[in-house]
Design a binder for this molecule. Sequence first.
Ligand code: ARG
Length: 264
Amino acid sequence: MCRPDHFAVHYSINVWMDPARPVDRACALAQWDELRGTYEELGHRVHLLDPEPGLPDMVFAANGAFVVGDRALGARFRELVRADEAPAHRAWLETAGVAVTEPVAVNEGEGDFAWAGGRILAGAGFRSDPAAHTELAAVFGVPVVPLQLVDPRFYHLDTALAVLDATTIAYYPPAFSPASQAVLADLFPEAIVATEADALVLGLNAVSDGRHVVLATQARDLADAVARAGFEPVPVDVSELMKSGGGVKCATLELHAPHQEELS
Ligand code: ARG
């Protein structure tokens, strides 16, 4: 995670961002602290990336890479304003002993790529280039499932879909093309289907450890659905980050530990 010390909305690179609407940085910091504390209370270890001035979106650590085990595909941001975040992630990961492959095509890391039990769900349409999917397959040696995003409000895969465990996802189908909806329905027949209201509070921008699902407080029906499916919803309010189009998952780069057999 990366503290929102420099969080601001000075530019607009998604439909959520309105530079005319004030951002309360102190509130963002308090909410972020709460999120970090929540992970720690759940028994997770949180590593911190140093925030850099001039990079107001650096709090959205999920975009900095895609990491499984000791391998990562580095990020290449679509927008120049975020470009300098990629080398910061790369340096941190390398120090931690992760081998980082330098990307060729545009990709925004875990914003568009989700680890789903031995396969990677890979979004494209607004940010990551479909050409990045080939790079993912080459680095991780697992099947990559391309998914087409079609609604600008859900510009990253992680705004429209959350992986809860190896076989369960929660998602908002209309964010995907009809062909991608069919692929997801086929792969995940037991999926939790989110309401538009819960998708619009970025409820799907959630982080699951396979048991606890940390998600936006505002996504009440989704929390109920997650509980009915046997998970424990853990609500956290990150409403200030939503002014930039980000939520719980965006603020979290997960360092997935694969099972031995999952990576070739
Ligand atoms: N303002 C940021 C951007 O538009 C938000 C990034 C959200 N991150 C995510 N993983 N969806 O790039």
